[in-house]
Structure formats: C-alpha cells, structure tokens
Design a protein around this ligand. Structure first.
Ligand SMILES: Cc1cc2nc3c(=O)[nH]c(=O)nc-3n(C[C@H](O)[C@H](O)[C@H](O)COP(=O)(O)OP(=O)(O)OC[C@H]3O[C@@H](n4cnc5c(N)ncnc54)[C@H](O)[C@@H]3O)c2cc1C
Length: 375
C-alpha cells in the first residue's frame, strides 16, 4: 500500500461476493487479510446469477472478468416479452468491456464463488468458515474483534460484508432498515431451450418471470411472487409451487414451466431491501455490499454494487492519508450510485406488481445507463 497509515491487517466478516472481492483487492496490495463466514462451507446455493456490465468491468479491474466470461453464458440484450413469450421490445446492453466481449453474463453462483475463492487463496487470504463475530472494540489505532470460537483478533480495519441481515451493522449500532417488500423471488435451474440466447423477461399479471442462459446446456428461470407470505414452504414442494405460479403464462413460458421438475434446484427467497444513508463506518469498521445497500433482485445489480465496493474500498484505502478518511471518502463516492440502484429496484418492483411493465422497462433502462458510467 502506498500510504504509511494504510491498514496492514484486515479482518473481513462474510466470504460472499463483496467480501471475497475486497479480500482479493487488499491482499494483492500487500495487506494481510483474514475472512470469516458463519456458513459451515462455501456460502453458495445451486442457482444462477446475472452479472451485468458494471460487475464485469469491476472484475476486469482484478483481471477476473475473462475467467467469469469463460464459466458463464454471454448476453448482449434483454428481450422483454408478454405472458405468452411474444417479444415486446429488445434492449441492447452497453458493451462495457468493448465490442469483443459480451455485455453481461449468466453463470452459476457456485462458479462465481469458486473463481473468487481461488483468487483470494492464491493472493494469500486466509478464510475460516463456521465462525462469526461477537464483539468489536475500537481503540483508535486498531480494532479488537471477539469471534464466536472465543478467539480475539486485532486488525487495523474490520469490514462487515455479511449481507442484508448484517451482524457487524448491528454491532456498530447502525439501524438496519432492512425491509421486506412483500415479494418472494424464485429461481430454478433448467436445461437451456435452444431459443434462449438472451435474457428473456415475461410480464405476467400477478407475477413476473424470466429466463437467463448460464451455459450451453443450462439456464435459470426466475419468478417474482407478489403479496407473498415469507414463511418458508417445504423444500420438496418447491418445484410444484413454482410451476403453479407459472400456470397463467403460456407459449414459451409454458414450455419452460414443464422443465421445472426437481425441487433440489429451486430456491425461494424473501426480498429484503436496505439503504443505509450517512456514513457506513464507525471508527475503523465499515459495512459494504448488501449490508449497506441491498436492492431488490429485479435490476440484477446487487452483485455489481458489492463487487464495485470491494474494488473501490481497496483503492480508497491506498489513496487516503488515514483509514477513517478513506472510509468517509468511500461512503461519499458510493452513496448516490447505490441509492439510485436501490430506489430504482423498489420502483420497478412496485410497477411490476401493478402491471405497469412499460414504465418498469423505462426505469430499468435509465438505471442501467447510469450504472454504465464509471463508478
Ligand atoms: C434470490 C436472489 C437472486 C439474486 N440474483 C442476483 C443476480 O442475478 N444478479 C445480481 O447482481 N444480484 C443478485 N442478487 C443480489 C446479490 O446476490 C447480492 O446483492 C450480493 O450477493 C451481495 O453481496 P454481499 O457480499 O454483500 O452479500 P452476500 O453475497 O450475501 O454474502 C454475505 C456473506 O456473509 C455471510 N454472513 C452472513 N451473516 C454472517 C455473520 N453473522 N457472520 C459471518 N458471516 C456472515 C454469509 O454466509 C455470506 O457468505 C440476488 C439476490 C437474491 C436473494
């Protein structure tokens, strides 16, 4: 690191998308990085993910975009369709990595985690699973963290990359504001239909759905369930439940519906949004990613924001005279962009709920255009 007051030891809470990205960026700048995660193993689920242009651009800054492109399925446009699968409009996606690389990709979430984890380990990062944080004591020069295995860890900076229900955020006394917006998101892995070469959205009356290719032979179906009870349903009924919600759709969507047969590759998650206004740090501890700003998944930009956070926080920590100045500069640099994405995603969710799909498409386009500008 270039500044003499830059951190030499970092403790990151959360080995998800944002935490691993930051770990790679810091370790490559010479910081000793340890990451802990509450999950007993790699924190993954078997479903797919869309990585937009801004995500790929941020990954490219760490020379990881090409590996992700090779592991996923390249996408250059969004085909917005009606509930029969008839195309209403096609939105070209800006090619932020230049004309020779796709604008966006679909890929499996485990594939992304494997790439990030391998890069982190190669950079010398130490990752401990099955562990969380119980306490934080900031003495001005360092932070002492008490971990759930009873050990103590002293670091120059602590980062909470521990998701929507962040424990670090509550240890810092930052009110959460995590809000359930009345929607459940479903995802299912299916064989890729041959016509699915771009991201398709299907506008229904009660729920919206879509299809994203993630490999030559695989795709994922997504579905938004409105006014939904967030109580989990038995895991072995997930495939039936998703097919039932897709029953009002016809044409290509009906074709896709019949491919959802295995509950083991279906997930149903509540949509919680978070937008922390004001500083994301207290002393030498900061929150990033969903812990600070979680959009609803309709804009598929939560991962982009988390990856950008990781890259840019490492940059700020290198540039600033001291850690607290770097953390203030980081929040200031990120706040407006993250607020735009979170607020737009909530707006799109509301418009989709009331069937105003053309307006939702327009908000989506405006937001993707804004996100195309450098972070
Ligand atoms: C169903 C669904 C689909 C989505 N699809 C997309 C998409 O296609 N594209 C997109 O860009 N975004 C998508 N998102 C959003 C995206 O997944 C998140 O924005 C992104 O993962 C945020 O990264 P993060 O590192 O902040 O949090 P996460 O990736 O959630 O990682 C948080 C990590 O912290 C760990 N953790 C949690 N609590 C503790 C604790 N107390 N102690 C230690 N560790 C802890 C967790 O185990 C996890 O590993 C989707 C979200 C959902 C729910």
């Amino acid at each position: 690191m270039s500044s003499s007051s830059s951190p030499r030891r970092a403790l990151l809470i959360g080995a998800g998308i944002g935490g691993l990205t930051l770990a790679i960026a810091l370790a490559r700048r010479g910081v000793t990085v340890e990451v802990i995660d509450i999950s007993p193993s790699r924190a993954v689920a078997g479903w797919g993910l869309s990585l937009t242009g801004p995500s790929l651009r941020a990954l490219d800054a760490l020379a990881l975009a090409d590996e992700c492109l090779a592991a996923g399925y390249g996408i250059t446009a969004i085909s917005n369709c009606d509930s029969n699968g008839e195309v209403r409009n096609v939105i070209p996606l800006p090619p932020l990595l230049g004309p020779n690389r796709p604008s966006q990709i679909g890929l499996s979430r485990p594939a992304l985690y494997d790439i990030l984890r391998e890069a982190a380990l190669a950079a010398g990062v130490v990752i401990h699973y099955d562990r969380t944080i119980d306490g934080l004591h900031d003495n001005g020069d360092t932070v002492r963290a008490t971990l759930s295995d009873g050990s103590e860890h002293v670091a120059d900076i602590v980062v909470g990359a521990d998701g929507v229900h962040s424990r670090v955020r509550s240890l810092l006394g930052i009110p959460s504001g995590a809000r359930y917006i009345g929607q459940m998101v479903w995802r299912a892995l299916v064989p890729r239909p041959s016509w699915a070469t771009s991201l398709h959205t299907f506008a229904g009356t009660g729920s919206n759905a879509g299809l994203v290719p993630i490999a030559d032979d695989r795709a994922y179906v997504f579905l938004t369930e409105n006014r939904a009870d967030p109580t989990p349903i038995p895991e072995n009924t997930l495939a039936d439940g998703m097919r039932e919600l897709l029953a009002p759709f016809s044409g290509r969507v009906a074709e896709v519906r019949e491919l959802i047969t295995d509950s083991a590759v279906v997930v149903r998650r509540p949509v919680h949004v978070v937008m922390i206004e004001g500083p994301w740090h207290r002393g030498r501890t900061v929150i990033i990613g969903d812990a600070a700003h979680a959009p609803s998944p309709q804009l598929v930009s939560g991962a982009a924001l988390a990856i950008e956070d990781g890259v840019l926080l490492a940059e700020e920590l290198t540039a600033a005279a001291d850690v607290e100045k770097a953390l203030s500069a980081f929040t200031q640099r990120r706040l407006e962009r993250c607020r735009l994405v979170v607020e737009s995603s909530i707006h799109i969710a509301d418009l989709g709920r009331t069937g105003r799909h053309a307006e939702a498409d327009a908000v989506q386009q405006r937001c993707h255009r804004a996100m195309a500008a450098p972070a």
